[in-house]
Each structure stands twice: as C-alpha cells, then as structure tokens.
Write a new protein. Sequence first.
Length: 162
Amino acid sequence: MQLVIVRHGEAGPYKLDDETRELTPNGVDEVSTVSKWLLEQHFGHFDVALVSPFIRAQQTWATMLNAKVGANVVHSLSELTPDAAPDIAEAIIRAYADGAKTVVVVSHLPLVSFLVECFTTDYGPIFSTGGCSVIELADWDSKGDVIAFTSPAQIYHAAQAS
C-alpha cells in the first residue's frame, strides 16, 4: 500500500478568509514539477484521492490532473483542512483507503507533517509548498516507512545537476 501526501503549491498572502486563498503562478509551477516527478516514480494514477476543500488544495489537485496524475475516486474532505485534528484525519484517511492500493492526500501545513507521523514511526518533516512524501505500508492498519520525500526545489536542483 502506498500513501502519497502532497502539500498544496504556493498560495497568495494570508487573509482572514483563509479557505479562499488561491495558488500563485509559482504555486502552479511547483505542483506541475511535483506531478511530473510523481509520474516518473510511477504514481500517475491513484485508487483514491483525498483533497482538502480549501481553494488552494482544490487548485493543486486540478493542476495534478492537468499534468496527467489522476484517481479512480476523489473526495473533498473537511477533515483535511490546516487546523484539522491529525488523529481524526488519520482515521478518515484509513477508512477511505480501505481496499485501495494507492492513495494521495492533498492538504496543508501543519497537517501534512502530522500525517507523516501518524502513518510512520518517523518525525514529520516540514513540507515546502508543493512538497511530497511517499509512504509504503504493509496494510492500512499499520505504520509504514517514508520511501521518498521531495520538494519542487529538490527536483529542480537534481535536474540541474544531471
């Protein structure tokens, strides 16, 4: 089983109505870069996609779709917003993942970092915008291992080095 956790791309400045913040052009580029990386890692299609209802997360998923990353089923879940309780988000993800082999979650800081801690024995890394963690699990009831963690900047620098 594989769980991919993606933080939304760069969004406009913070405002009181946080849920309506949109991706910047740089944020779209970040998500496109990570989507290309996911495709190269053979994560072009997921059984389930779970996405925060906030605009920037929805735009992140739409950008991933435009880059040819897709899913059989997509759910927009209020349990994946920035201030969501990690234990509740974990339970919801495990429930929606039941029967799936691959799941992608598109969410926000700090939740994405807490989710890595929920699904592994590792400390949750700090995700940059557009950052991505890939976790391998034996089953959806267990904890797994982070097998990859990257960011748009890391992908860009790796491409420049080669």
